[in-house]
Structure formats: structure tokens, C-alpha cells
Design a protein around this ligand. Structure first.
Ligand SMILES: C[S@@+](CC[C@H](N)C(=O)[O-])C[C@H]1O[C@@H](n2cnc3c(N)ncnc32)[C@H](O)[C@@H]1O
Ligand code: SF4
Length: 453
């Protein structure tokens, strides 16, 4: 039964960190002026109450991991740090010109690439520069991504002293054959050190990223990686499905053959066995790809209904406005999305010209806003309700597809309400796809998404 479900539902599909998803953005109808207007509207509506979020993309890595789908620039030249950080602060100034009061910073995330490529002193300079421009909200949530091979105790202490209480470390897999294939040799000792230092310093949430579906991975190897991970008991775990997207320019997925990848069915087993093992060991699945221990904020936010999903993945609270700074960063004003230039040079050039460096985006219409809410409900709460009369007639087609999923036991439908079942959890992306009217109207002709399982 399970095998046939995998065969049936394992199709290319979005990860829904936004709706509409990036390939369906109406770029022709987007302009930087409209983007800025949407930012001002959102800021005026929400800054004084809930504050704003800032995401800073720090793109540099010293070596290429050949499985990686992130926007990064590989270099060993650390002279790139200072000019890049100056551009980020200048970009922030361009946004400040739009506002009539100081932003209240509720959430801050440093992602990459590798934030810990930067020296602690440079990160401090960046953050002190940023903090001069904002008021920091009470109960602020500051987090960063660190590479276990280059995160130092000094990085951890410096960022903690600046208000960071959460960190995540890329682990992926501990098996030497898998590590070799993905060009990422990373001894357990390194992960142990950074995790223990972070705990000693006082970080309240430490997360590890594991990836299933990597080249040469088998359940035996994955099981070993999970057991090693649990020796360190991170508060959270991201258990990502390997996104194989070699057609995306600049991603650089190479160094292994497609035949080295586990088959769809093997990959599914890695997920199911992995999930079972994590749950047996006390982790709770809080949303697609994410597990946490009961005490962690992410689980608490799931229980209270405050959990949210955006380009950074899941977060324990929501702000209406999220400004993404840095090369390739995506911003979300709730009414619109915008993405910054994807090359470091172009990004820095645009900022130096005094322009907000967005190069594409999407302004959400009424229908997008409704669909987005349904997809968020499904991704965060595994359920949603609708009103066919007042919403959109095309949902009827979607409902026809839902009937098939209902027969397969993936969802339960009751009047205008659907709930994803335990069995259907792994197919959350498939359920969300039935609401994706933009994709239903215009099916992709070539592969643009990774597989859903
Ligand atoms: C920016 S990296 C984390 C920080 C640091 N650069 C590192 O590698 O440790 C973000 C995470 O995205 C995940 N990731 C990257 N490429 C992926 C892919 N193709 N499929 C699934 N997850 C991926 C990995 O788990 C990785 O740790
Ligand atoms: S996984 Fe991390 S370190 Fe490796 S290339 Fe991607 S962003 Fe850089």
C-alpha cells in the first residue's frame, strides 16, 4: 500500500515557503516602486504592535558541498567580508528612508551560505551597525546558521552577547562515504564541540540539520547518523528531504552520479524509519521537515497555534513584514514578495547606486492572499477551512483531487474543512498543491521543483 502511495504521490512539487511560489511570481507586473509601497503599508500596519523581522544572507563558503541548493559564493578570500557587510548596512539605510519611525526588531536571522565564514569581529560590527538603526523588541528572537567546521567559541560568545539565543548547525550525515560524495568532511568531534559550547554559553535552542536522500545513503547509515545526533540532544532537528535540482544555475550539484542516489522508495523508507526513530527518542514532528523536543519554543508555538512559515522555514512567531538583506535575500511584506540580485557583485553595485537591490517579485492579489492563508494553514496546522460560495469557483477542481487523497487516507474532509492525517503528513506538499491555483492553471512544462517525497 505504502509503496503504491509513494509511486502515486512522489511528483515534483514546491516546498511552499511562499505562495505564489517563486516560479509563479508575476514578474512583469512587479516594480520596485510597488514593492516599496507595500513595505510602507505593512510597516505602518504592524511595526508598533508586533515589530518586524530581518533576514541577512551571508553568502560565502570556503568549499562547495556538492549537494547544496543554497545561494552561495565559494571563496577562501576573507577580504570579501568588509565590503559585503558595508553593503548590507547601506541596504538597511535605503529601507529606513521609507519609514517614519524606528523599526522594532522582533526577529533576526543570519543565514547563508555560511554566516560563520565571517570573523566574530566583523559580525559584531555588522550587528552593532544594525542595532543603531532599530529598537530591539522585548522577547526578541535572534538566530544564526553555523558551519560546525568553522564556528568558534568566540563566534558563539560574540553572538550570544549580542542577543542571539538560537543557532543551527549543518550536519547532513556522519557517514564517511556520504560525506566524501557531498564533499563535506565533517568529524563528529566538530559538531560535538560547537553544540557543547553553545549549550555552556546559554543558547536556549540548538538545532542540527540532517538530510535524507543523499548519495550512497542507506537506512543503516542514516540510523547511525541519527543515533550520533541524539548523543548531542539538539533541541530541534531539521530532517530535510534532499532536493535534487541540478538544473538550477549556480547550484553546482555534482561529484556524484544520479545512480548513487537512493530510489524514491528507498528515500521514502529513510524518511519513515527516520521519523519513527526520532519520535521513539522523544522528538515531535512540528511541521514539514522539522522536529523538536517538547520544551522547545517551536513545539510550544505549534501547540499555541502561533507557528508560522516563511522563507526562513518555520518560526515560532509571525511578523507581517520581513526584510531580507543581502545577495539573493527574499523579503515578504505580506502584500508582496521581492528578491534581491543573485550575484554578490550585482547586489553590491545596485546598493552603491542607492537603489533597493530587488530584481524580481510578486504583488499578491485578493485570490493569492486567500490561497496563501490556506497553504499556511496546511503547512503549519495541517488543516484548513473554506467557503466555496464566497471564495473561488476553481476550488471545486481542487476538491475533486482531495477526494482521491481522502480515499487514500491522507486527509479527512468534513464539509468545507480538511485535515491531514498522520498517514498523510509526508504528503503535505501534495495536499497544498491542490490549493495552488496558479500552478493548476499553468502546469510547469519542465522540471522546476524537487520531488515531494
Ligand atoms: C546554509 S546551510 C547551513 C549553514 C552552513 N552553510 C552549513 O552548511 O553548515 C542550510 C542547510 O540547508 C540544507 N540544504 C542545503 N542544500 C540542500 C538540498 N539540496 N536539499 C536539502 N537540504 C539542503 C542543509 O541541511 C544545510 O545545512
Ligand atoms: S551546505 Fe552550507 S557550507 Fe556547504 S555549500 Fe551549502 S551553504 Fe555552503
Amino acid at each position: 500500500m505504502k509503496t503504491s502511495l509513494v509511486n502515486k504521490y512522489n511528483i515534483p512539487g514546491p516546498r511552499y515557503t511562499s505562495y505564489p511560489t517563486v516560479p509563479y511570481w508575476d514578474e512583469a507586473a512587479f516594480s520596485s516602486e510597488d514593492w516599496q509601497k507595500s513595505v510602507v503599508k505593512s510597516f505602518n500596519e504592524s511595526n508598533s504592535e508586533e515589530g518586524i523581522s530581518i533576514y541577512i544572507h551571508l553568502p560565502f563558503c570556503e568549499a562547495l558541498c556538492t549537494f547544496c541548493a543554497c545561494h552561495k559564493r565559494i571563496t577562501k578570500q576573507h577580504s570579501v567580508e568588509t565590503p559585503y557587510l558595508e553593503s548590507v548596512l547601506q541596504e538597511m539605510d535605503l529601507y529606513l528612508k521609507l519609514f517614519n519611525e524606528k523599526p522594532k526588531l522582533k526577529e533576526l536571522h543570519l543565514g547563508g551560505g555560511t554566516p560563520t565564514f565571517f570573523s566574530p569581529a566583523n559580525l559584531k560590527k555588522l550587528l552593532e551597525g544594525l542595532f543603531e538603526k532599530v529598537d530591539i523588541a522585548e522577547n526578541q528572537e535572534f538566530s544564526f546558521e553555523g558551519h560546525p567546521n568553522n564556528t568558534t567559541k568566540e563566534h558563539l560568545q560574540t553572538l550570544f552577547d549580542l542577543g542571539f539565543t538560537r543557532c543551527s548547525f549543518g550536519v547532513q550525515d556522519y557517514d564517511p562515504i556520504v560525506q566524501k560524495a557531498i564533499n563535506r568532511i565533517q568529524p563528529f568531534e566538530n559538531v560535538k564541540n560547537v553544540t557543547e559550547w553553545a549549550r555552556e554559553i546559554g543558547y536556549k535552542s540548538i538545532s542540527h540539520d540532517l538530510v535524507f536522500g543523499l548519495p550512497h545513503q542507506t537506512w543503516e547509515k542514516m540510523k547511525h547518523s541519527i543515533h550520533r545526533t541524539l548523543e548531542l540532544k539538539p533541541d530541534r532537528l531539521a530532517f530535510y528531504s534532499y532536493a535534487h535540482v541540478p538544473w538550477i544555475k549556480g547550484v553546482g550539484q555534482r561529484g556524484f552520479d544520479e545512480n548513487d542516489l537512493p530510489s524514491g522508495e528507498e528515500k521514502r523508507k529513510l524518511y519513515e524509519n527516520g521519523k519513527q526513530l526520532l519520535e521513539d527518542l522523544g522528538y515531535i514532528e512540528v511541521g514539514m521537515d522539522h522536529f523538536s523536543l517538547e520544551h522547545d519554543d517551536l513545539y510550544q508555538s505549534l501547540k499555541s497555534g502561533d507557528i508560522h512559515r516563511n522563507f526562513m522555514g518555520y518560526s515560532s512567531s509571525k511578523t507581517q513584514l520581513m526584510i531580507g538583506l543581502g545577495m539573493s535575500a527574499i523579503s515578504d511584506s505580506w502584500y508582496a514578495f521581492a528578491q534581491n540580485e543573485k550575484s554578490v557583485d550585482e547586489y553590491q553595485k545596485r546598493v552603491a547606486e542607492g537603489k533597493i537591490p530587488v530584481f524580481r517579485g510578486h504583488i499578491l492579489n485578493e485570490e493569492d492572499l486567500k490561497i496563501r492563508q490556506h497553504i499556511l494553514n496546511l503547512m503549519c496546522r495541517l488543516e484548513t477551512s473554506w467557503d466555496v460560495q464566497t471564495e473561488f469557483p476553481e476550488l471545486e477542481n481542487a476538491i475533486a483531487n482531495l477526494k482521491e487523497m481522502e480515499a487514500d487516507g491522507l486527509i479527512e474532509i468534513e464539509k468545507n474543512h480538511i485535515k491531514i492525517t498522520e498517514k498523510g503528513r509526508a504528503f503535505t506538499r501534495n495536499v497544498a498543491m491542490t490549493f495552488d491555483l496558479r500552478m493548476l492553471r499553468n502546469k510547469p512544462e519542465t522540471r522546476i521543483f524537487s520531488m515531494t517525497v
